[in-house]
Design a protein around this ligand. Structure first.
Ligand code: GCU
Ligand code: CA
Ligand code: CA
Length: 137
């Protein structure tokens, strides 16, 4: 499996800042997207065979309400996401989905569907031995 952290291989784009002020993250910090509609983070990975792949991200939402978002793969929307409150900005939860993929390289994008932006995102992971972070292009 592969875990894509800030500024590592496969960490391709983000609207906002990489911060380290709210503890409990792993790696160098977490991505704090701007609190506007459409704020996004993008990662790139390769899978070496056709299979059902578990995609997962770790997030915190210290606000009182869920923040809507969606997951896209190669610009196709595959899942609506709630980013339910985690009780504080230092409490982190995992969320994710599974998707059938043929062998190839994919661009994943988490994108805010409300003006609140995303929850803070610690990392993006693919829990499969057949998945590896890919250079952004
Ligand atoms: C707080 C928090 C940030 C978070 C922001 C938000 O400022 O410290 O990490 O991104 O709220 O509401 O999105
Ligand atoms: Ca934010
Ligand atoms: Ca991190």
């Amino acid at each position: 499996g592969t875990v894509i952290q800030e500024f590592g291989t496969g960490f391709c784009a983000y609207d906002g800042t990489v911060d380290a002020n709210n503890g409990g993250f792993s790696g160098a910090g977490f991505t704090n997207t701007d609190n506007v509609l459409g704020s996004a983070i993008e990662w790139q990975f390769t899978v070496t065979s056709a299979d059902n792949y578990p995609l997962r991200w770790r997030y915190a939402n210290g606000g009182d309400t869920a923040r809507g978002g969606r997951l896209l793969l190669n610009n196709a929307s595959i899942e609506e996401i709630a980013f339910s409150p985690t009780s504080s900005w230092t409490s982190w939860s995992s969320d994710g989905t599974s998707v059938w993929l043929s062998a190839g390289t994919y661009r994943a994008r988490l994108e805010a569907t409300t003006s609140s932006g995303l929850g803070n995102i610690d990392y993006f992971a693919i829990d499969s031995e057949a998945a590896i972070a890919a250079d952004c292009n």
